[in-house]
Design a protein around this ligand. Structure first.
Ligand SMILES: *Cc1c(COP(=O)(O)O)cnc(C)c1O
Length: 410
């Protein structure tokens, strides 16, 4: 990967007019007034639909796209995405309720997650949602529920693959995992399922997230198809559904380069050609971050400027309680600065080095550490780019009982 500095990944999506950042053609200052408070998240519909269009253009047409709701469960956003994609992926009863309120058919909703309660399984069976089985125990509970409700539950087996993928920001497969059934145990599980009334559609193989390297992604998908092929020999029928995960990442930090989507698409086309046995199988790619991550900004306000022993602090009303990831505490190993700007004076030529912090009484509450920015004053808007995924819903809003952030979809 090239180490060209890229201090403002995502900045290209939001033009600047009269020194003010524009979102969906509106000045950020006007949006702040419309929302009526800071902090808030703002999401741009057009950027989301553009991104889904790019995915459709680059990937082989027979790959179906699902949106993973956990990346951003804002109800309006989920409603907006539903008709643009082929299905939704959920991981809880709450997400199921959201998904079932959209036009997406229940049969195109799939339910993953290692700790599904009986209540959740019952609701999924009753609604006709596809359930990704994560363990033998879950399969047995589901079979009992399926008998009791007299409804044949549609399932896939979520497989914990026997490979790990290079370059994934977050690994979800390979080695010992709480997710999925170890691939070597899958044949026995398939045999056990054949003695139940569960309808096994196929497999769900998910190996990780936030990968920026097309070559590694294609390699992982090669191994995914090889594994699916090997496991499907244990099924009595050809498999009807293969969910191959996704893992496509977005650039956050200096030096990170945008994923080459066309290279992923070309690689996928070659893989599909090599597996004619899956010609009639529904192939699903499930993505969260890649669809929405770049379409969102987090906006908070400078309350105070403060000098301390040679450093300038900008104390804001926003912080890790709304945006855990920007503080570096959402699974990151080393804290790096997200791209940020001062939204109402983006191009001021008088700059300074500042540490942007939140109001919480913890040294973890950092939005940007020692970053060169236009000199900001109280009332100015601090903007964090690349905040459309794993933002508000992935943050401890209750911590310290500050006001909640709002969300707006433009
Ligand atoms: C979180 C998750 C996703 C979405 O991951 P992204 O990196 O946001 O694309 C997809 N599938 C499963 C099973 C997940 O748990």
């Amino acid at each position: 990967m090239r180490s060209e500095p890229r201090p403002h990944a995502g900045m290209e999506h939001f033009p600047v007019r009269d020194n003010v950042l524009q979102v969906a053609g509106q000045p950020l200052t006007a949006i702040a007034q419309q929302v009526g408070q800071t902090p808030f998240y703002v999401y741009d519909r057009q950027l989301i639909s553009d991104r889904i269009g790019q995915l459709r253009a680059a990937l082989p047409p027979r790959i179906q796209l699902h949106y993973a709701i956990k990346a951003n469960p804002m109800a309006g956003l989920v409603q907006f995405i539903s008709p643009l994609v082929d299905g939704l992926d959920i991981a809880s009863l709450g997400e199921m309720r959201l998904a079932l309120q959209t036009p997406t058919r229940a049969g195109n909703i799939s339910f993953a997650g290692p700790g599904k309660s009986n209540e959740e399984l019952e609701a999924a069976v009753a609604a006709g949602v596809v359930i990704n089985i994560e363990s033998d125990g879950e399969m047995q509970r589901l079979a009992a529920i399926s008998d009791r409700l007299d409804r044949r539950a549609q399932i896939t087996i979520r497989v914990n693959p026997d490979f790990e993928v290079k370059g994934s920001g977050m690994k979800m497969g390979g080695g010992p995992r709480p997710f999925g059934v170890d691939s070597e145990k899958v044949p026995a599980l398939i045999a056990a399922i054949s003695n139940t009334n569960l309808d096994l559609l196929g497999f769900h193989i998910y190996w990780g997230s936030q990968n920026l390297c097309a070559e590694h992604i294609v390699e992982a998908q090669e191994m995914t198809f090889a594994l699916a092929s090997q496991l499907s020999r244990h099924c009595s029928h050809p498999i009807r559904l293969l969910n191959i995960g996704g893992g496509l990442g977005i650039p956050y930090f200096p030096g990170e380069q945008r994923l080459n989507l066309q290279q992923v698409g070309d690689g996928m086309a070659q893989i599909l050609d090599r597996y004619p046995e899956f010609a009639a199988t529904n192939i699903v790619m499930e993505l969260g971050r890649y669809m929405v991550g770049e379409a969102g900004l987090y906006v908070c306000e400078v309350l105070e400027r403060k000098e301390s022993r040679g450093e300038t602090f900008l104390v804001t009303n926003g912080g890790l309680h709304h945006h855990l990831a920007v503080s570096g505490n959402f699974g990151q190993i080393i804290r790096k600065n997200y791209p940020v700007c001062i939204g109402n004076r983006v191009k001021d030529s008088t700059t300074e080095r500042a540490i942007i912090v939140g109001p919480l009484c913890t040294p973890l509450d950092i939005l940007a550490d020692k970053i060169e920015l236009p000199r900001a004053r109280p009332g100015d808007l601090v903007v964090v780019y690349q905040s459309g995924a794993y933002g508000l819903s992935a943050s401890p809003q209750e911590f310290l009982s500050h006001p909640r952030a709002k969300e707006i979809l433009l």
